[in-house]
Design a protein around this ligand. Structure first.
Ligand code: SDX
Length: 428
């Protein structure tokens, strides 16, 4: 039942009745915080397509131009010149670290990358075939039980310590959720390795032999972590912020973020892309899949395609495709059938009117699964790798929300479409 807002309100909104907020980059925002108080009206925006939920200085995305920048630095430049721990420092603190700051931060992370031995016992409570994301949600949430009572989130030093603990422990937890599923003993972090290499040795190391690190794959993992570290107010980050706004324990907030990231429309898409490419199998099967993706009566979507913001190619997809090519060649897999299908699928889709009209392009998940699979990471671990990277973005946004201090609890309203008020049928 659509009726239209009275003309004077529209005029007030457009003619300065509501202040316009202007950021450093990107669209301006009409500040409608007083809309309900002044007019008894709500703004209806399911899916938040036109809503800025907060002010943030961490990540900027221009979906129309395919721009992604962490603290102003374009993702392509960070992927080429930086490393994940430096990017983590940049996201958390706002500037690239000096040499001394980088060493201090690295050592702080190394100091916290072990798990409490009682946390390790949690893994044994799961079936061996439990999905790693189910294990990670549970174990990260359980860290609240270990740190909740000695954590005052009103204290900025304690907030930072909790953030560093989460960044440090996530690879250990993710790797443990994988080794447990294979029946292998949990691997402890080894501090002679850098962050990405340590993650690789915990994933693949065996207790009965020395781990041989492949520097090309370690660099590829570092790149994957950089590209997935943050992405402004995506679904999982907004989940973390929503939980944080109530003052919830940071470990519980990040567990909520992991749960949200798991969804196939979000971080779970990388796993679905590889399943889709494997089902396609050969390029001659691509037309059938394209037809299904366009068929409105079919819930199937082309996984790894489309994005709420990017109406251009996701800049991360370009970097990952290039890295995938390099690693596949390095491993002698340049004829990887999945890569061939993916590239053919991309070419066909990008020439199809349906995808052109809707500006549907490959996103970060389209090639990441091919790269991770080539590196020996099983499909069901793909989103766990994404969660390791995105923990840096989540804790950075969590710190920003609390450091801001002006943000009360998030409490959206609704448009009620249920039954009118009615009396209980006494004596029924
Ligand atoms: C990530 O938000 C982030 O930043 C997320 C992320 C991050 O770093 O945090 O970038 C990571 O989640 C990447 C996205 C991974 N998900 C997928 O690859 C799943 C497949 N993609 C779609 O489910 C979809 O594109 C979304 C969820 C990503 C975006 O959905 P929107 O913005 O709600 O788009 P929409 O549903 O409004 O689609 C607009 C039109 C619709 O058709 P019409 O109704 O206009 O006819 O495009 C169609 C959709 O049916 N469409 C697709 C499609 N994606 C959109 N049709 C076929 N295949 C697709 N993949």
């Amino acid at each position: 039942m659509a009726s239209y807002v009275r003309a004077e309100i529209v005029e007030e909104v457009t003619e300065g009745g509501f202040p316009i907020q202007t950021g450093t980059l990107g669209p301006q925002a009409v500040d409608i915080q007083s809309l309900y108080a002044r007019y008894g009206l709500l703004a209806y925006d399911p899916g938040y397509r036109s809503t800025a939920s907060c002010k943030s200085a961490i990540t900027f995305v221009d979906g129309d131009s395919g721009v992604l920048a962490y603290r102003g630095y374009p993702i392509e430049q960070l992927a080429q010149h930086s490393n994940f721990l430096e990017v983590a420092y940049l996201l958390m603190f706002g500037e690239l670290p000096t040499g001394e700051q980088a060493v201090r931060f690295r050592d702080d992370v190394r100091q916290h990358n072990l798990l409490h031995e009682q946390v390790i016992s949690f893994f044994r409570g799961f079936r061996r075939d439990a999905h790693p994301m189910a294990v990670m949600v549970a174990v990260v949430g359980a860290l609240s039980a270990f740190y909740h009572d000695d954590l005052d989130i009103g204290d900025p030093d304690q907030r930072l310590n909790a953030a560093i603990r989460l960044v440090a422990k996530m690879p250990t937890i993710a790797a443990a959720s994988y080794t447990y599923s294979t029946g292998r003993p949990l691997r402890y972090p080894r501090n002679e390795y850098d962050y990405a290499a340590n993650f690789m040795q915990m994933l693949f190391g065996m207790p009965n032999q020395d781990f041989v690190l492949d520097p090309v794959q370690a660099r590829a993992m570092d790149m994957i972590l950089i590209l997935h570290a943050d992405h402004e107010q995506n679904a999982s980050t907004s989940t973390v912020r929503m939980a944080a706004s109530s003052g919830a324990n940071p470990f519980a907030c990040i567990a909520a973020g992991i749960a949200s990231l798991w969804g196939p429309a979000h971080g779970g898409a990388n796993e679905e892309v590889v399943k889709m490419l494997m089902e396609i199998g050969r390029p001659e099967n691509i037309p059938k899949v394209i037809a299904r993706a366009k068929d409105k009566s079919d819930p199937f979507r082309l996984m790894g395609f489309g994005h709420r913001l990017y109406k251009n190619v996701d800049p991360r997809a370009k970097v990952i495709q290039e890295t995938a090519r390099k690693v596949l060649a390095h491993l002698g897999l340049e004829n990887d059938p999945l890569m061939a299908v993916a590239m053919e699928l991309e070419q066909i889709a990008l020439k199809d009117e349906y995808f052109i009209e809707r500006k549907l392009y490959p996103n970060v998940d389209f090639y990441s699964g091919i790269l991770l699979r080539a590196m020996g990471i099983p499909t069901k671990m793909f989103t766990a790798v994404f969660a390791v990277a995105r923990t840096v973005g989540w804790v950075s946004q969590w710190l920003e929300l609390h450091n801001d201090g002006t943000h009360g609890i998030d409490r959206p309203r609704q448009l009620y479409v249920g039954k009118p008020l009615r009396n209980y049928p006494v004596g029924r």
